[in-house]
Design a protein around this ligand. Sequence first.
Ligand SMILES: Nc1ncnc2c1ncn2[C@@H]1O[C@H](COP(=O)(O)OP(=O)(O)OP(=O)(O)O)[C@@H](O)[C@H]1O
Length: 334
Amino acid sequence: MTVIEARGLRKTFSIAKKVGRVRRKRVDVHAVDGIDLTVETGDMLGYIGPNGAGKSTTLKMFTGVLTPTSGHVRVCGLRPVPDRVRLARRIGVVFGQRSQLWWDLPLRESFALLRHIYRVPAAEHAQRLKNYVDLLDVGPLLDTPVRQLSLGQRMRSEVTAALLHAPEVLFLDEPTIGLDVVSKEAVRSALAALAATGEVTVVLTTHDLDDIERLCRRLVVIDHGRVMHDGTLEELHRAYGSRRRVIVELDGPYGRLEVPSATVDRIEAEGRRQTLSFSPSDTTAAAVIGAVAAAAPLRDLQVAEPDIDEVVRRLYTTPSGVPSGTPLGESLEG
Ligand SMILES: Nc1ncnc2c1ncn2[C@@H]1O[C@H](COP(=O)(O)OP(=O)(O)OP(=O)(O)O)[C@@H](O)[C@H]1O
């Protein structure tokens, strides 16, 4: 079932730009510039793009915070702005800068208050709380006032809070931003476990490449308010010509290996260690390893997947070929 549908979605901000010493003129910033997107139930979608690409603006239009300038958008079959109150019961939102928890109350009491706000029957709430408290590992935190939680603990608590009224879609804006490595991993595992239940559709924005690899079954990459890629990570690698690598350790010194459809990128320790790369569309890791084993005394090997960091960097720096015409000047007013 379709949970999000956007057609030709646009948001233009009119901002005052300084020209000369005192004069200002109004310019249009096309923050979202004609986005078409369909999200189906159970999707785990990463909405990514460089700074200022239009990610937050899109999420704000999906959640009824901003009115689109033009275009069509439906979330759970509702129009986000006019149907905002009804929509609030069907979606969960975790935007880093806004908390839905009460700072001075123990977490348990925040959850109880949310039950009243969303008018969730007590038995349903208790059952759901139990499930999500286990899934997101917030049990040991229930009696702690929110202000005493670490950033990572708070993020897991925010996600739990956003799920207690059983939303169909969960929107997460940068769920791991500012967290240390261990907390990031805890939040990621919790979200991966949530995705595995298939109970809720998740749309998240992130700049974190590990989030993308671990969490996003589908990636929508936007830049200058337009969709540049929509598909799986593998499709992204294919589209941008990513290469897989095989690192081989040989039993003794050896010359440069010659393997069909692969190139030797690096030779170390007098040829004992060589790094080969190949395009998955030309050959397979098995064929490369087979060819190496037939030619040289193979001691050990390692296969490295294409580097997401590299492909995203390339994606963000490659001109899309679509002139944006967007005067992304300094925003002087909101
Ligand atoms: N309220 C506003 N008034 C004027 N311009 C705005 C407003 N909100 C966003 N913009 C502009 O719209 C463009 C898209 O901003 P948006 O915050 O959606 O990008 P983003 O992809 O979320 O960026 P980031 O990754 O930095 O959070 C930017 O050029 C931004 O300056």
